[in-house]
Ligand binder design. Structure first.
Ligand code: PGA
Length: 253
């Protein structure tokens, strides 16, 4: 079964408003070299979503947020709900990024609640899993990502799971320039695919996109995206320049 490749840019906590608008415009203007068969999203900081929404509207580039809160509304100072995100034109939301897991105390059970809330609002969640260097060196990669997957997504219904995008992001490869080899990444993706099959069944496993994330650049994208179980990329640093983000998108045919 063929899965539509999906390239998403995670801008993290970077850029000004003007830079965000210019970057989004640069991406939209450069779409000529990107196949219409590639799904694209950019995920600016919350405060720039509205401005970027106006730029990407009607283009191949979807809008995503980097986080949300699982409650619908109410006294949750500083938080942003799924409905607020759809209200300003978001179609995607990144959930459980390793930076949030490590620095902001996000647990699997919080990731699960956020994923459910995103799905209920009609957003496509991009749910992240990945091992640290220490865990990899201890031979625990499979154990760790399987446990994150089950804790974060295991209680979803099959209908919900069918709308999830998974992102495998080895923590040691994020922002470090140390990319996983295509073989290392493919091994984990295939392992996750097997877990999805045993948990949710063949059809869901065949359909679920699994992005790789961690130092993806135009010059390593082709080989990574060429692996049978790598269906896209979640791009941090290289998404902050239109040219490199588009270069990665062009490699995903
Ligand atoms: P990076 O980040 O591409 O800068 O390594 C990836 C991510 O954190 O999503």
């Amino acid at each position: 079964m063929s899965r539509k490749p999906f390239i998403a840019g995670n801008w993290k906590m970077n850029l000004t408003r003007a830079e965000s608008v210019a970057l989004a415009q640069g991406v939209v203007n450069g779409l000529g070299g990107v196949s219409s068969g590639v799904e694209l999203a950019i995920c600016p900081p919350f405060v720039y979503l509205d401005a970027v929404a106006a730029v990407v509207k009607g283009s191949q580039v979807g809008l995503g947020a980097q986080n949300l809160y699982f409650e619908g509304n109410g006294a949750f100072t500083g938080e942003v709900s799924a409905a607020m995100l759809t209200d300003i034109g978001c179609r995607y939301v990144i959930i459980g990024h390793s930076e949030r897991r490590a620095l902001l105390g996000e647990t699997d059970s919080v990731v699960f609640k956020k994923t459910r809330a995103a799905l209920a609002a009609g957003l496509t969640p991009i749910v992240c899993v990945g091992e640290t260097l220490e865990q990899r060196e201890q031979g625990k990669t499979s154990e760790v990502v399987r446990s994150q997957f089950l804790g974060s997504l295991g209680e979803l219904t099959a209908e919900e799971a069918a709308r999830v995008v998974l992102a495998y992001e080895p923590v040691w490869a994020i922002g470090t320039g140390k990319v996983a080899t295509p073989q290392q990444a493919e091994e984990v993706h295939a392992d996750l695919r097997q877990l999805i099959t045993s948990h949710f069944g063949q059809a869901i496993a065949d359909g679920m996109r699994i992005q790789y994330g961690g130092s993806v650049k135009p010059d390593n994208a082709k080989e990574l995206l060429g692996q049978p179980n790598i269906d896209g990329a979640l791009v941090g640093g290289a998404s902050l320049k239109a040219e490199s983000f588009l270069g990665i998108a062009a490699a995903a045919v």
